[in-house]
Every structure is written in C-alpha cells, then in structure tokens.
Write a protein that binds this ligand. Structure first.
Ligand code: ATP
Ligand code: MG
Length: 262
C-alpha cells in the first residue's frame, strides 16, 4: 500500500494546565515519579548536562498500557511544580503524521517542529519544552524495513543532529513505542528506556471504578455495580486487556445497559 500526502501538520504547543488529571495505575506510578524528579532536576538545575549523552526518555511496552498518558501527567505535574520558576510547554507530535515515504518530507516536518521549538524562546519567559514523538516506530514503518538504512542516513542529518544539539535543561525529548524491535539503535542510545507493563485485571477494575466517578452520579449505586460486574466479566474473557480496553468496555456497557438513556 502506498499513500501520497505531505508529511506534517501544524505544530502545536500545549500548556500543562490544559492536561486533565488522570490517576495513573499504581504500577506506573514509580515510572511517573522517576520521570518527574529527573525532568524537574534537569529543568531547574541541569545546565551542566548540556553535553551529556542523554536527551530524554523512551517509553515502550504493549499497546494501550498508558505510555502517552504517563508523559501527559508528567508534563501536568512539571507545570504545577515549576510554575514559579519557568514556563513549561508540551509539544506532542504524532509520528505517524510526519512519517512519509516521500523523500525529504519527514525531514522537512522535523525542521518545522524544531524551528517551532526555537520560536518558543521569544514567546515565553524561560521556556522549558517537553517534546513527545508518539508512536515513533511509525517513522520506521513508513519507509519499510528494506529502506531503513537509507532512512537512517537521511534522518540522521536532521533528527539526530537536532536532538543531539539539545540541552536537556531546556528541551527534554520523549518517544513512545509498542515496537521496540523496529527502532534504530540511534534512538535507543539517546533516550533512556522505560518499560510500561500491562497490569492485573483487579487493578483495571479498580481504575474502572475511578473512571465511573465521572460518568455516573453518586446515587447510581446499582448501575455502578452492573457496569463493574459486566466490565470484569468482559475483561476476564479478553487476552491481555489494557486500560484502553477498560475505558472502551465501560462506555459500551453503559450504553448497552441503557444507563444513559433518557
Ligand atoms: N490510569 C488511567 N486511568 C484512566 N484512563 C487512563 C489511565 N491511563 C491511561 N488512560 C487512558 O487510556 C487510554 C490508553 O492510554 P495511552 O494512550 O496512554 O496508551 P498507550 O500505551 O500510549 O497506547 P498506544 O500503544 O496505542 O500508543 C487513553 O485514552 C488514556 O487517556
Ligand atoms: Mg500512545
């Protein structure tokens, strides 16, 4: 299959305060804490780290386990905790959008993104940027593995050069993937890898209970029981369910059981 479209879309930067709060699943919290304290240190005291062989983090693990959400929550917390010292901005990049089989297109998209990062210097006081390349493996897939070598040389000149010139006291790069096997070692050596695991069904059911707080009124006790019972049953029937599956099952169950009908 081939597609013809220009890579890239308009780049946006997001304020941490625009990120809704999500209580991460308990097994993911140590990862969040590690990311938060490291980013906080780098953004507030890490100027000496300019030439360190470290540019950020690579979160990897199965589909739908909360990799992107961890980054969003770290950004939200950084915004809260560094509020009086600097301006934290978040630039989420959907890698599949900038992936292009057309020669030179992905490189142009990268230039646009990194050029945009530079403009933040003029717009904000002491900006600190979290740059996220979400689903970064799609950059590899877009060219096919047979062309990966060429891809690497071409992208090397733009992506890795830009990332290498970043000072992590100003810009921290995150990438996420569920296909670690497809990633070039050049990415793995620059970004510190952290595995984001699946969690037990009991923990997913407990997260479902939290999620229902925003979907049902406090007096809908019976309805809550019905949804939780059904969600647990369906999770038990699934192979390796995730938090994304749990969210979807809740909505499907609420609608199917007529709980939201007027
Ligand atoms: N603890 C949580 N409580 C409620 N919802 C959550 C939680 N963690 C993640 N989510 C939600 O679950 C969905 C899946 O999470 P997310 O997109 O972060 O997974 P992912 O690992 O990045 O998936 P993919 O591999 O497809 O990129 C998202 O809608 C996210 O907001
Ligand atoms: Mg994701």
């Amino acid at each position: 299959m081939s597609f013809e479209r220009d890579a890239g879309t308009s780049v946006i930067d997001v304020s941490p305060s625009d990120m809704p709060k999500v209580n991460l699943l308990p097994p993911l919290q140590p990862t969040q804490d590690l990311l938060l304290k490291t980013c906080k240190y780098l953004f507030s005291k890490g100027t000496f780290a300019k030439n360190a062989p470290f540019k950020g983090f690579l979160l990897h693990g199965p589909v739908g386990t909360g990799k992107t959400e961890i980054v969003r929550q770290v950004v939200r917390r950084l915004g809260e905790e560094l509020n009086d010292k600097c301006t934290v901005r978040f630039i989420p990049v959907d890698s599949s959008v900038i992936a292009s089989p057309k020669w030179g297109e992905s490189e142009k998209a990268f230039n646009r993104i990194f050029g945009y990062v530079e403009t933040l210097q003029n717009r904000f006081k002491d900006p600190k940027v979290v740059l996220l390349f979400d689903d970064v493996e799609s950059l590899m897939l877009s060219r096919g593995m047979s062309a990966a070598k060429e891809w690497h040389y071409s992208l090397n000149s733009v992506f890795f050069h830009k990332v290498d010139s970043q000072n992590p006291s100003e810009i921290i790069t995150f990438a996420t993937t569920n296909r670690l096997d497809l990633l070039d070692s050049a990415i793995k050596t620059r970004l510190y890898g952290l595995f984001v695991p699946r969690v037990s069904i009991d923990l997913l059911v407990s997260a479902a209970n939290d999620l229902l707080d925003t979907m049902l009124t406090p007096d809908q006790v019976k309805e809550r029981e019905i949804v939780i019972e059904e969600v647990r049953k369906k999770l038990d029937e699934m192979e390796n369910p995730t938090i994304r599956d749990t969210r979807q099952l809740i909505i499907v169950t609420i609608i199917e059981k007529g709980i939201w009908s007027a």
